[in-house]
Design a protein around this ligand. Structure first.
Ligand SMILES: Cc1ncc(COP(=O)(O)O)c(C=O)c1O
Length: 432
């Protein structure tokens, strides 16, 4: 049934267009009239317009790492706006906050001597990384290297490149072509031998880059099987394929290290980030670029090529000021170490949950990131709805999986209560 058919079959939805704002990633008639209007946040909690207090077990869309409504981040934005809201970074122009943030990110980067490109979010960052990978090989005179590989179940945002390299098929559907931007292909999400075979079939001389999340998020919270990321890195090095690590979720502490690259010992050529860089307090994303790629563009002389990556808000001064303060808070409040403690607790809690809860098929943890996969006869979507009634926010991910990714400031007791609530939601659904 098409959405139009459904609207016509459902008079209430057909008769209620709802507010002007088009809900994102939603089957519209299923959400109109029952949207949760989040009005206020405080630490690990959000409050709805109709008076509910909900534990934010997902940190919004994996972004609110230092918790909601942090006064120091509000102050950082306020101070910067009073001085200069922003100034663009095209050509000779730049602004001091963007430069300061660039230096700070280069210091933190797992890529030695990294240059930093700033823009507005994760999808932006992915677009830039894929374009830069292609630009790199064109400039090198290896014109055939144009294909961008990505993994099954991968999610890289929804701009044209993110849509084209989506490993979740439904995000690529409906545009009249399997790849909105041409020349992309998928590889196995867990079998490195298969990846090597795909590379051989396509031909390394045709492949520009391989894009991967270190731990797949939207694809169901899938930590890499042991040795897989290392093998990807090896394949890329052997065949001169650029490795793009998409750290939009994992960057800035969610793995207990500044980047997942540090945790897994991976050295990518390009690294994309967003969300955690500002804990979501300002829209900001970007790419860390290795010298192998940036050096030719910084050559002294008229022959230096130009990479046209600019956007109006790339290097936004207020977003950069907020990011700088957020990075200070992560360090000062020792939040990476706290993630390590919470990971150990989450691992214990989910192991127990899996052992004692019929209906829980599998659990996975990496850093403060957990996935709970439910048995086929249960619905993670329904469990998320039931969790709201219990006062907790989770989210259904691919593979009938519930998302666990609370803010880093969550207490032990809150994390344990969240897992208990999941157990209750699963058990209640089993009993229906
Ligand atoms: C791994 C990954 N990459 C890219 C994106 C896109 O980021 P944004 O929604 O900021 O465009 C996301 C968003 O969830 C993501 O999880």
């Amino acid at each position: 049934m098409t959405i139009t058919d459904q609207l016509q079959a459902s008079p209430s939805a057909a008769g209620t267009e709802g507010p002007a704002l088009w809900p994102a990633q939603a089957h519209v008639p299923s959400v109109i009239g029952r949207q949760l209007v989040i009005e206020r946040g405080e630490g690990s909690y959000v409050f709805t317009a109709d008076g509910r207090r909900l534990f934010d077990g997902t940190a919004g869309l994996w972004h609110a790492n230092v918790g909601h409504s942090h006064p120091e981040l509000a102050a950082a934005a306020h101070e910067q706006m009073l001085r200069l809201e922003t100034y663009h970074t095209f050509g000779r122009f730049t602004n001091e906050r963007a430069r300061e943030l660039g230096d700070r990110l280069a210091d933190l980067s797992p890529i030695a001597r990294a240059k930093v490109i700033l823009n507005s979010g994760g999808s932006d960052a992915i677009d830039v990384a894929c374009k830069l990978a292609r630009r790199h090989w064109q400039r090198e005179g290896r014109e055939g290297k144009r294909v961008i590989l990505s993994r099954e179940y991968g999610y890289h945002g929804l701009h044209a490149y993110g849509t084209s390299i989506a490993g979740l098929e439904f995000n690529r559907d409906g545009y009249g072509t399997p790849s909105l931007v041409s020349e992309t292909a998928r590889v196995s999400f867990d079998d490195a031998d298969q990846v090597a075979r795909t590379v051989a079939e396509i031909g390394p001389e045709n492949i520009a880059a391989l894009v991967t999340e270190p731990v797949q998020g939207t694809g169901g919270v899938n930590p890499p099987v042991p040795g897989y990321l290392e093998a990807l890195q090896q394949i890329c090095r052997e065949h001169d394929i650029l490795l793009v690590l998409d750290e939009v979720i994992t960057g800035f502490g969610r793995m207990g290290t500044m980047f997942a690259a540090d945790r897994y010992g991976i050295r990518p050529d390009l690294l994309t980030f967003a969300k955690g860089v500002t804990s979501g307090y300002a829209p900001l994303g970007g790419v860390l670029v290795s010298p192998r790629i940036w050096e030719p563009f910084f050559l002294n002389g008229p022959e230096a090529p130009i990479f046209r990556h600019g956007v109006t808000y790339g290097g936004h001064a207020t977003a950069s000021a907020v990011a700088l303060r957020n990075l200070e808070i992560l360090e000062r409040d020792r939040l990476l170490a706290r993630v390590g403690e919470l990971e150990a607790l989450l691992q214990r809690e989910l192991t127990e949950l899996a052992k004692h809860t019929p209906g829980v098929l599998d659990v996975r943890v990496a850093g403060l990131l957990g996935g709970v996969t439910l048995a086929e006869q249960l619905s993670a979507e329904q469990a998320s709805e039931d969790l709201i009634e219990l006062g907790f926010i989770s989210r259904p991910l691919r593979g009938n999986t519930l998302q666990i990714s609370p803010p880093f400031i969550t207490s032990d007791a809150e994390l344990s209560s969240f897992v208990q609530a999941i157990r209750q939601a699963v058990t209640d659904q089993m009993g229906r």
